[in-house]
Design a protein around this ligand. Sequence first.
Ligand code: NDP
Ligand code: OXD
Length: 309
Amino acid sequence: MPIVIICQNKDPLPWVKALNRVAPDVEIRLWPDDQDRDLATMALTWSHPPGVLAHYPNLRLISSMGAGIDHINNDSSFPSDVPVTRIIDPELLHDMYDYLETQIAGFRHHSHYYGLSQQTRQWLPLNSIAKDSVRVGVMGLGKLGGHVAVKLAQAGYSVLGWARSQKALKGVHCFSGQGNIKEFLRQSNVLINLLPLTKSTQAILNRQYLSCLPQQAYLINVGRGLHLVERDLIELLDEGHLSGACLDVFQQEPLPEKHPFWSHPKIKITPHVSSLTNPESVASQVVLNYRRIGSGEVFDNQVDLQRGY
Ligand code: NDP
Ligand code: OXD
């Protein structure tokens, strides 16, 4: 029974190669050129066009090609009785940490500002922001957020974290629940968003909450574009409440050419690359779950669709 790969904005060929290497006996098909869709029992998806999963009547498992599953859960036509799994992989954790630590160091040393002054050939030195005055707030303390928060604390930053349930993480001052979000934000001057996109987290990076951050705070959004109310961010940057933002994820990806974020002097953009799944590293976990179909064994990394993550 074939596995079908259904993806947009991602090259499927490295996935085919990695899956063929670990499971040469399994047929891998590529949407949209695949035939006999009733034969596929597993779909591996990223940013699939809504509605397409419903064309596969015999799916027994849907796997995200990344850590997030919002693209699956937000497709109202997806067969919701089919289990959904996601990717959890140490490489994702390491890459995310490296990316975020680099952005925080860039914030401390004004790297974005120097990039702009280089363009106008201006020699404008500024004092760097002392490491001990940076208080990093991490929203979402799951696989990625929990790892990043603990490692940033080990690296000498003051770290705060916020999640739905209370955590005890070494070196991290943890907050939980809606009732404590404002206090968490008031104490964070660099805010990292690593929440999953769900009904309760959509638009959470809005004026009401971002204004709780101290003056000159910096935002790093690596969660999802729909967490952020774009107009609120631009206003808070223009008013000077926030000093800048590094954005890796967007409501529409690729970010449209005419989008105001491209030319905003306080916004740094990366094209959804803070931690990309390496197919070679995760092919075996995908195949392991594929082989469990029909065995009665529990799938690894299955998500709770009611909770949304
Ligand atoms: P997890 O599911 O492991 O963790 C999610 C965390 O968010 C948990 O700590 C959870 O709290 C918390 N959370 C969920 N809902 C709420 C809420 N309503 N209020 C407060 N806290 C909440 O996810 P991961 O760490 O693996 O990934 C997080 C997200 O990062 C992904 O969903 C994806 O969107 C994004 N991502 C982005 C990448 C990129 O390249 N830009 C790469 C990989 C992931 P609790 O622990 O209490 O349940
Ligand atoms: C993911 C992502 O969820 O790349 O893995 O955003």
